[in-house]
Design a protein around this ligand. Structure first.
Ligand code: AMP
Length: 408
């Protein structure tokens, strides 16, 4: 769990502001859920036999003996909130959230125990247009942030019937190769054989490569959905790779799954992941509603922006105001507020210091101008304006003239 210091936080704010603006422009409304939920919400939605639920949740009993968990992801809480407040009463909804998530993982570059996600959920949309739109929207976000080297991978994991058939075929296949299974794969053989396809163990790769492919079991509707998604992405001019091995670490997904990946962050190369979860709303007690969503990790995005040498656009300070004497301090403060009313970025020297020391501060602040306030300025109701980054003499001006000069 990390502190994010001001230097780095500038990039965070750039990501956050850009993302909020983009999601809003695509019609997503903001929703804010608590960071703790009842534990059983995650068990029911993410799945009992997933890495997250088996070993990564921060779970505790509160003083009342209720089991609570720090949220490891946002979809479950978002769907819970939608159902609790009946947000789908007047039709489909597009929602987004942001904030900290918690997973007890082995920390490394790009993988932390408290990390931050932006998530978007579109509820009530059945067709592949929304899948395509979410993917295209992320492509636009990367462009807006200045990221180029990110690859889009997509896959369809089909509907429950296809998955059941594929699962049965997988179990038969792994059973007939018991001797080649590692410990995780053996443990999951009957509970979650699909997860084994995602194994990072090099010794398992050949076995995984030859395993039965889900693509061979897709039903007609899921197949048509996936084909339509691809033609929408083609029409949008978006490059992608169909990765038949792409599965995600949550049970609630069906049909479309996608990830945006980079080779620039070592092992933790997935920037964003998402897909369809048409069964989750019903599973959590609502009327059946199709849905599609994604999340991206802000830490990984910020790391990648640094790799790309992207700098956060920062607002330069216009003026640094220095002053000497009690009445000058009051007048300086009044003037600072009036400058801010006019949209000037003004910083006032707070505390004591000789003119010379204050002038050094003004220079170090990066401000374009220093404003100097002494007894003379107070008496004349004026300000002295001194350019710090451009040629020009110090001038005594009225406040309005100062504002005009700074704006010019
Ligand atoms: P997931 O919720 O697992 O689909 O992850 C979505 C995105 O969240 C990933 O692509 C990462 O960018 C980010 N993410 C997931 N887990 C972590 C973690 N432990 N540390 C940092 N980022 C993470």
């Amino acid at each position: 769990m990390n502190d994010i210091l001001p230097d780095e936080a500038a990039l965070w704010m750039f990501v956050e502001q850009t993302t909020r603006q983009l999601l809003t422009s695509y019609g997503y409304g903001n929703i804010r859920m608590p960071v703790v939920e009842e534990t059983r919400l995650f068990n029911r939605s993410i799945g009992e036999v997933t890495d997250i639920v088996e070993k990564e949740m921060y779970t505790f009993n509160d003083r009342n003996g209720d089991s609570l968990t720090l949220r490891p992801e946002g979809t479950a809480g978002c769907v819970r909130a939608v159902l609790e407040h009946n947000l789908l009463y007047d039709g489909p909804k597009k929602l987004f959230y942001e904030g900290p998530m918690f997973r007890y993982e082995r920390p490394q570059k790009g993988r932390y125990r408290q990390f931050h996600q932006f998530g978007a959920e579109a509820l009530g949309f059945a067709g592949p247009e929304i899948d395509a739109e979410q993917i295209v929207m992320l492509g636009r976000l990367w462009r807006q942030l200045g990221l180029t080297e990110v690859e889009l991978q997509i896959n369809s994991i089909g509907d429950s019937e296809a998955r059941a058939q594929h699962r049965a075929a997988l179990v038969r296949y792994f059973e007939s190769h018991q001797d080649q299974l590692d410990e995780d794969a053996r443990r999951r053989l009957y509970t979650n054989p699909l997860r084994t396809l995602d194994s990072k163990n090099p010794a398992m790769q050949a076995l995984v490569e030859d395993a039965p492919k889900l693509a061979d079991y897709l039903g007609d509707e899921a197949r048509a959905h996936f084909e339509r998604l691809q033609s929408l992405l083609n029409a949008a001019g978006l490059a992608y790779r169909v990765n038949p091995r792409l599965v995600r670490g949550f049970d609630y997904y069906n049909r479309t799954v996608f990830e945006w990946v980079t080779t620039k962050l070592g092992a933790q190369g997935t920037i964003a992941g998402g897909g369809r979860y048409d069964g989750l709303v019903e599973q959590l007690g609502g009327k059946p509603q199709p849905a599609c969503g994604f999340a991206f990790g802000t830490e990984r995005l910020v790391l990648l922006l640094r790799e790309h040498d992207v700098k956060a656009p920062s607002r330069q300070l216009d003026v640094y105001i220095i002053h000497a004497g009690e009445s000058a301090a009051a007048y300086a403060m009044q003037s600072a507020e009036r400058l801010r009313d006019a949209g000037v970025a003004a910083q006032m020297h707070c505390g004591v210091g000789s003119f010379k020391a204050q002038m050094k501060k003004a220079d170090a602040s990066g401000a374009r101008f220093a404003i100097i306030v002494g007894d003379d300025e107070v008496a004349a109701a004026e300000l002295s304006l001194k350019p710090l980054r451009e040629p020009g003499e110090q001038q005594r001006l009225s406040l309005d003239a100062v504002i005009a000069r700074i704006g010019s």
